[in-house]
Design a protein around this ligand. Structure first.
Ligand code: NI
Ligand code: MN
Length: 232
């Protein structure tokens, strides 16, 4: 089975296998680095890490158009539901939820979670999470926005094919802590994200690749926004 992974910039990814598409954190139209038109994507499932606007992004619009199920922590799922999305599933840390073609298990993430609506109101729906996604014959850890934490050792015990890790620093772990994360997670492949979208999170992903591949047995795939990689 082939799993195609496309990075749309920041933490927005598409995973495609068996004709099904799963997306994470679809921040597309407001993302200065994303070449992807939100009207062009057709996920059956959208997984959210937390409520920040650079993660929720175009979720409501995409879900209303496609009927995609939106899976998020409980309070954020309720908030998305309150915006008119019918198919929302709220879970929480440790819980596994089935979706069309796979499952996801919520992990903790050390971060915050709030949302600014178009009228300038800030709401704080729920807590941040990561996801251990089983889809397309692969196990993928999508860390979301997080600091390094020692319990990544437990996540590594899931047997990870892929770890998608933020490296931008400032709001999340930076490259040095992401390297320490890789040592705990021991994934086959690492894909860095959440960098170069805005000036405070500018990073050299090639330097991160060199450090990880020099110090671990994981391979790092550096994508450009809009670019894909395939795992078979
Ligand atoms: Ni965030
Ligand atoms: Mn973020």
């Amino acid at each position: 089975m082939t799993l195609k992974i496309t990075w749309h910039g920041q933490s927005a990814f598409s995973f495609e296998a068996n004709g099904k598409v799963v997306m994470t954190d679809p921040f597309l139209s407001g993302n200065p680095t994303s070449p992807t038109d939100p009207a062009s994507v057709n996920p059956s499932t959208i997984l959210l890490s937390h409520a920040h606007n650079d993660h929720v992004g175009d979720t409501v619009e995409i879900a209303k158009r496609t009927g995609a199920a939106v899976i998020a922590t409980y309070e954020l799922a309720n908030y998305i539901g309150s915006q008119g999305v019918e198919n929302v599933i709220g879970g929480n840390h440790g819980g596994t939820i089935a979706f069309d073609g796979g499952t996801t298990k919520f992990t903790p993430a050390w971060h915050t979670s709030s949302y600014s609506d178009g009228d300038g109101n800030v709401v704080a729906p729920g807590i941040p999470a990561g996801h251990v996604i089983r889809f397309g014959g692969k196990t993928i850890y999508f860390a979301g926005d997080t600091a390094l934490f020692l319990d990544m050792q437990l996540i590594g015990e899931e047997g990870l094919d892929v770890a998608i890790l933020p490296i931008g620093d400032h709001f999340t772990m930076g490259p040095k802590d992401a390297l320490r994360a890789v040592k705990m997670l021991t994934p086959g492949t690492v894909i860095p994200c959440h960098y170069n979208t805005f000036p405070p999170i500018r990073q050299d992903a090639q330097a991160f690749k060199k450090d990880v591949e020099g110090q671990t047995s994981s391979m790092v795939v550096v994508l450009e926004p809009g670019e894909s990689t395939e795992l078979s």
